[in-house]
Ligand binder design. Structure first.
Ligand SMILES: Nc1nc2c(c(=O)[nH]1)N[C@H]1C(S)=C(S)[C@@H](COP(=O)(O)OP(=O)(O)OC[C@H]3O[C@@H](n4cnc5c(N)ncnc54)[C@H](O)[C@@H]3O)O[C@H]1N2
Ligand code: MOO
Ligand SMILES: [Mg+2]
Length: 429
């Protein structure tokens, strides 16, 4: 008699995985290599930015009070006592009716309290001395970028666990991090199982297909920020698979298998979990695709048994593996981000389980729309390539129609969510 598995809610499966969440160690990398890594410590401003009052324009620095009586009818002459570019500091003190020619980015000289742009003055030379003619009044602070106006010393800027983007990298450079402490990348073992599997470089043979899941998971691991170790495809043979799993467990932080988790004659994963002495967390989830997604734990290490069906495998990773890995890298928003949008076409097929339909986002009139792409079957591979979201259609007795409001899981998002997508209503399964 074939085992009858009892499905659990997505919410419950997520919680079971995250019960084993842990934070990985840190390592130091060159700033050149910190992109897309997760910060291991918060970033706090250790000095003011800008670090000194500076000119935002090419112009002349002078004292505002000296311009009090300046006008078109009454131009005032200021003697130019020095000239500085960015990086230079004037040793002169600006006194009454004096000015320093100053370029953008240069420090405001002592005595000066405002800047007038080059275009607004007339320059003249008389008796070997340089002057400018000022025809307008200026206020103290006019055209000055003040020390600390961007950020002040001691300000918390970026939390630990944030993924380093170009802006964060700019801040790291600003505050002198030639080397950056980041979370170590978790090593994810990938084993594609199935006697039908060929490698991409192999010619097709009767009854065989090329392994696509293994490569797709490689990509998902990289997109999440981890590193992968892909093992040779494993035929549906208990002993070979058992040995491959043991090796992967020793060499990796977590292990993902694809295929062999269902109830078929050659689906050996359930038996392998038993032989390894791993604790089964779940092997059936009320969702489609990916209902067979399994997870087991041994000595704190997780084994994810993703479905062999490509679309199911993909969804299983996004919902359950990704948050675990992101948390590992210290993210406080480890879950896949979701938003609300509008269904762009009918989806009449009802399903008792929550469905994650591969979809494409579009925007019109301030609304986000999502349209299913490709064939909605868990064995389908093409739709994954066309999708940038998963349209969530909660299980029930009816299908969904155009204009229905739906949750959308964003596949390309790197910001993450503090909370997972989860069923809003839980009835009996
Ligand atoms: N009697 C039942 N049969 C099935 C059930 C069930 O509940 N009762 N569940 C179905 C569902 S749902 C799914 S999903 C699949 C899951 O199967 P497995 O995870 O055991 O995967 P396999 O049987 O090994 O393969 C399924 C399918 O996927 C292809 N495959 C496998 N690996 C790859 C790969 N690396 N790249 C591309 N494609 C792959 C494989 O050739 C099969 O076509 O079970 C249903 N059956
Ligand atoms: O678990 Mo299977 O999800 O229908 O692909
Ligand atoms: Mg199977």
């Amino acid at each position: 008699m074939v085992e009858r598995r009892k499905p659990i809610w997505i919410k419950e499966a997520t919680e079971k995985v995250m019960e084993y969440k842990k934070r990985g160690e840190g390592e130091t990398v060159s700033i050149h290599e910190c992109d897309d890594r997760y910060l291991y410590a918060p970033l706090i401003a250790d000095h003011d930015v800008p670090p000194f009052d500076r000119s935002p324009y090419d112009g002349f620095a002078l004292r505002a009070k000296d311009t009090e009586n300046a006008s078109r009818e009454n131009p005032l002459l200021f003697e130019v006592i020095d000239e500085i570019g960015a990086g230079q500091v004037s040793l002169q003190k600006v006194g009454q009716l004096e000015a320093v020619r100053i370029m953008t980015g240069a420090q405001i000289p002592v005595g000066a309290d405002c800047v007038i742009m080059l275009e607004l003055v007339k320059e003249l030379t008389e008796g070997g001395k340089k002057y400018i003619e000022v025809k307008r009044t200026l206020q103290e602070g006019d055209n000055i970028s003040f020390q600390g106006e961007d950020t002040q010393k001691g300000s918390p800027l970026i939390d630990k666990g944030e993924r380093i983007n170009p802006g964060i990298k700019a801040l790291l450079a600003t505050f002198g991090y030639g080397k950056v402490k980041v979370a170590k990348k978790p090593i994810v073992g990938i084993i594609a199982t199935g006697s039908e599997l060929l490698r991409p470089e192999d010619d097709l043979e009767p009854g065989k297909i090329r392994d696509s899941n293994g490569y797709m998971i490689e990509s998902q691991v990289l997109r999440t920020g981890g590193i992968y170790k892909k093992y040779d495809n494993c035929a549906d043979d208990l002993e070979t698979l058992y040995q491959a799993m043991k090796t992967a467990l020793e060499e990796c932080d977590i292990v993902i298998t694809t295929g062999g988790v269902s109830v078929g004659d050659f689906d050996y994963l359930p038996e392998i979990y038993q032989r390894l002495g791993a604790k089964l967390l779940f092997n059936k989830i009320a969702m489609r695709p990916g209902s067979v997604t399994s997870c087991a734990e041994i000595n704190g290490q997780l084994l994810f048994g993703l479905s062999g069906n490509p679309s199911a495998c993909y969804v299983g990773f996004e919902l359950f593996v990704k948050p675990y890995l992101r948390y590992w890298m210290h993210s406080d928003r480890p879950y896949t981000r979701f938003i609300t949008g509008v269904l762009k076409s009918d989806f009449p097929k009802p399903n008792p389980f929550t469905r994650f339909v591969r979809g494409k986002l579009s925007y019109a009139g301030g609304t986000v729309y999502a349209e299913p792409v490709g064939l909605d079957k868990s064995g389908v591979v093409t739709s994954i390539a066309w999708a940038d979201c998963l349209i969530v259609l909660p299980g029930g007795t009816r299908g969904y129609g155009e204009k229905d409001e739906v949750d959308l899981i964003l596949l390309e998002d790197q910001q993450g969510s503090e909370v997972p997508w989860q069923e809003k209503k839980l009835s009996k399964l």
